[in-house]
Design a protein around this ligand. Structure first.
Ligand SMILES: CC(C)(COP(=O)(O)OP(=O)(O)OC[C@H]1O[C@@H](n2cnc3c(N)ncnc32)[C@H](O)[C@@H]1OP(=O)(O)O)[C@@H](O)C(=O)NCCC(=O)NCCS
Length: 147
């Protein structure tokens, strides 16, 4: 298993990016400025994009595992890689996500704790309602962990 930085043609992984963030112009807000990594284990299984938010804060903007390979530890391995790679350079790793049982328990398993909410983020910023597990996402929930 290896994790490789993607420098060019990040949109080659658009299918995975859209799994985590279903509106492409929202992905465009962070893809260029972000650092992108892919996990290769007999093929690409997981991708992640992180951005420097200033003041020692690194943010996970997008993380997704190929559906058939979810639940096998690939995204956790990606988070562990990010923690090791950026642990000395940054003090906090944060992530914003919908209030959904398909994502928050994953981050909690990875050591993140709920930090704050941005009210109406999904309804204000996306051009269509976003549903996860049949529930419309409204607020962005931020979770953090110390690096
Ligand atoms: C969220 C996501 C990235 C997790 O990836 P994954 O590779 O399946 O996660 P892992 O296998 O590394 O899981 C790590 C741990 O979290 C747990 N976990 C993962 N998803 C979970 C869920 N929905 N509910 C409860 N626990 C979950 C796993 O059971 C595992 O626990 P363990 O260490 O005790 O075995 C994946 O489900 C995904 O790609 N979802 C679609 C895209 C998305 O929503 N991305 C996040 C946007 S904010």
């Amino acid at each position: 298993m290896e994790i490789i930085e993607v420098i060019e043609n990040k949109k080659d992984y658009i299918e995975l990016l859209l799994l985590a963030d279903e509106q492409e112009d929202m992905i465009d807000r962070y893809l260029d400025k972000g650092k992108m990594y892919v996990l290769n284990d007999n093929g690409i299984k997981c991708e992640c994009v992180v951005t420097n938010e200033g003041n020692g804060v690194l943010e996970i903007k997008n993380i997704a595992t190929v559906p058939e390979y979810q639940g096998k530890g690939y995204a956790k391995a990606m988070i562990d890689f990010i923690i090791t790679k950026y642990g000395e350079e940054y003090s906090t790793l944060q992530v914003g996500t919908g209030d959904s049982l398909s994502t928050i328990p994953f981050y909690e398993k990875c050591g993140f704790v709920r930090s704050h909410i941005i009210s109406n983020f999904f309804t204000d910023n996306y051009n269509h309602p976003i549903y996860e597990e049949g529930i419309q996402l409204v607020d962005m929930v931020y979770l953090k962990r110390v690096l």
